[in-house]
Design a protein around this ligand. Structure first.
Ligand code: ATP
Length: 351
């Protein structure tokens, strides 16, 4: 049996979504890791509460599964405000956004996931709503069209994006606080997996917690998901107790390797090394060669591979590093003095 690698990151399955909700921390105090973002956001919210006002708009960016939705829910809970959830792709027309905005109540938190995928007219409507708490509804067409301004209640927009760099600066500048979420340290992931085990009522030995945390790609969503897969394994093939040996055997079965690379991560590295002689190879070609969407390779696999020093984004394409060749047990072609075939990495491409 194998697990679809993309399943390790996405939450398309309703059962998985329900399982995730049950493990979500509900306050900043329970939210592990991200100390800087947590502290800064805590201050923003405490100040808004003291003033008895509405919190400033918040932009959260970072790879999938690091806690953006969780933080949006926490913001609403900490402000004792209702939460409304939507996403960029779900808002097809500016009219859809106008309907959402005009239906908000005073102080409500509006969470817009994948905000970088809003349509242009919706984005422009949002500028006015964020700044002046107003929307202009256009009535009629052509030269006779008129914009009717409608006041909307003061609200807090929480925008989430995996690609902060794609947001136009007029939109980015309208957020009062921006939190860039980073991959989590193994120690934070260990805390998260131990808390989740308690909530799920499973016996998790400390060594097993360390094993699962170490293979979770720095991502809370993945640590929780691997915990559930290890629990399945322990119940079916073991005594139900989660030991280090059980965790290692289960994760082997699910094709999560010793440092947490899953099938997609390895497919990307194997393709670069074996099919493209280490690169450079363009993103579109790479995506086709692993049978995935460009966005999935770029937003799901690459950030962790770059962070771990396995992949470089150069002006001429993606390049596997010596660490990638070594991890796959392959020998790079050519000389021992290795220089990246695509030239020096372009720091601008890392954002
Ligand atoms: N800091 C944290 N402490 C404990 N659990 C966390 C933390 N951050 C996230 N989680 C857990 O990880 C899961 C995924 O988090 P969340 O849905 O907030 O990620 P996300 O960044 O919104 O992902 P996506 O971009 O895919 O929507 C949640 O079920 C939550 O329980």
């Amino acid at each position: 049996m194998s697990l679809d690698p993309v399943d390790m990151h996405s939450v398309a399955d309703p059962d998985e979504r329900a399982a995730e909700s049950a493990l979500r921390p509900t306050s900043l105090a329970e939210f592990e890791g991200q100390p800087r973002v947590s502290e800064q956001l805590g201050l923003v919210l405490a100040a808004a509460r003291r003033r008895g006002g509405v919190a400033d708009h918040v932009l959260l960016s970072g790879p999938p599964g690091l806690g953006k939705t969780t933080l949006a829910m926490i913001i609403a809970a900490e402000m004792t405000a209702p939460l409304r959830i939507s996403s960029g792709p779900a808002i097809q027309h500016a009219g859809d956004l106008a309907a959402i905005l005009s239906g908000l109540t005073e102080g409500e938190v509006l969470f817009l996931d994948e905000i970088h995928r809003l349509s242009r007219p919706a984005e422009e409507m949002l500028y006015l709503a964020m700044e002046d708490f107003r929307v202009d509804v256009v009535v009629g067409k052509g030269p006779g069209a008129t914009a009717i301004p409608i006041e909307i209640p003061r609200f807090t927009l929480v925008g989430a994006t995996t690609r902060a760099g794609l947001l136009p600066s007029p939109l980015r500048d309208r957020f009062g606080f921006t939190g860039q979420l980073e991959f989590y340290d193994p120690a934070d992931l260990e805390h998260i997996v131990r808390r989740s085990a308690v909530l799920l009522g499973v016996e998790l030995e400390p060594d097993a917690a360390r094993e699962i945390a170490g293979r979770s790609r720095g991502t809370p969503r993945i640590v929780n998901r691997l915990l559930r897969r290890v629990r399945d394994f322990a119940e079916v093939r073991g005594s139900g107790r989660l030991t280090q040996a059980v965790a290692a055997a289960a994760l082997e079965l699910y094709e999560v390797d010793s440092i947490g690379l899953d099938r997609l991560d390895r497919a990307v590295l194997v393709a670069i090394c074996k099919r493209f002689a280490g690169g450079p190879v363009g993103l579109s070609t790479l995506a086709i060669s692993v049978g995935e969407e460009r966005e999935t390779v770029e937003e799901v696999a690459e950030p962790f591979l770059v962070r771990e020093g396995f992949l470089m984004r150069t002006p001429r394409g993606r390049v596997a590093t010596p660490a990638a060749w070594a991890h796959l047990g392959l020998t790079p072609p050519g000389s021992t003095a290795w220089t990246p075939p695509g030239g020096a990495p372009d720091p601008g491409l890392f954002g």
